[in-house]
Design a protein around this ligand. Sequence first.
Ligand SMILES: [Zn+2]
Length: 397
Amino acid sequence: MSDLHESAALSARRLRTRTALLAVLAEYGALSRSDLGRLTGLSRSAVSSAVADLRAEGAVTEQPAPTGPVTGRGRPAAVVALSRDNGLVLGLDLGHAHITAAVGTGEGTVLGEATALLDIDDHPQRALDTAADLAVEAMRQAGCGPEAVGAAAAGAPAAMDLRTRAVRAPTILAKWIGLDPAAELARRLRMPVAVANDAEMGARGERALGAGRGLNDLIYVKASHGVGSGLVLGGQFYRGATGLAGEIGHIQLPGATSWCRCGNRGCLETVVSVAEVRRRLTHVLASADRGNVPEEIPPLDELGGRPAAARVITDAGRTLGRVLADLVNCLNPAAIIIGGELGQAGTPLVTGVRESIDRYAQPAVADAVEITAGTLGVRAELHGALVTAAESRRTVA
Ligand SMILES: [Zn+2]
């Protein structure tokens, strides 16, 4: 079982135990194991196993008490304290309709998390203020203050110029153009924040903890409101000359004519965005139900068993695969990992992508690439931010 699955399976009780320990350590500083038990009401064995986990992650240290009481055998009692260079980091995932903040580790453990639903595109300042508020709430849930958080990173659905760190067009975030999200977030959070495009964060999450483990050449596709990609080439995250690589959503599709928000016609994301796929699903589900328009489209991962819906999704996969086939010819990746909301559709989507790659890519490179949905789902970007923050802390240290 992977670390991530292990941590996902971490029982609610174990999580509460950890949270309780972190909370009292944040409040009291260093404490002996017996004090930890007394203050949290936890059993000695529960304290012991949680302290062992937290030590292994680097979140706490345990040392002899400097002037502490002496135990019966003459050994100084040990005290547990939040590690100064502790394993806790802050990750932020900014999407078009939500912001999530999480405090956890770069190994897939989340100790505190808070989400708000809002339209970030038209309200950059409010979105950034909300991100900072959510970070505070995530720390509160994790039982720690800002001093316990070693580093922070954020993914944002925007193309950012490496030279200026500012948001650039073409972007969905028209009102964000010229803003420096890293500086804006750092000012609000009073700590440095590494910011990258959301698809790159998704690639970082899947590569560290999900379907991309151990792979040095992969393409992560975030198929959501827009379509973007994070590229790992030769073991490096590839950003291009100015940081704008991977914008596959604006590759032209032969025969497509719809206007795109970028000002061109026939871009990939005019056909394969989650909004467009949902529009077509609404149509076919209404037809299947004698014209009754469904009030709500079921989650994409529940549609596989409905043949008409599965066909719509497979067709979207073929269109996406048409563009990815050219990338496969060019880059010879070991895997294409599909994330974002559309990635939730799973098998029917992957089937469509596979068909197009087998048809349009050269057989030798088509055979070499595995096509798969991400194993972290829509949480890839959030975990990628936590992983990135943890790496930035190690780099600084
Ligand atoms: Zn476009």
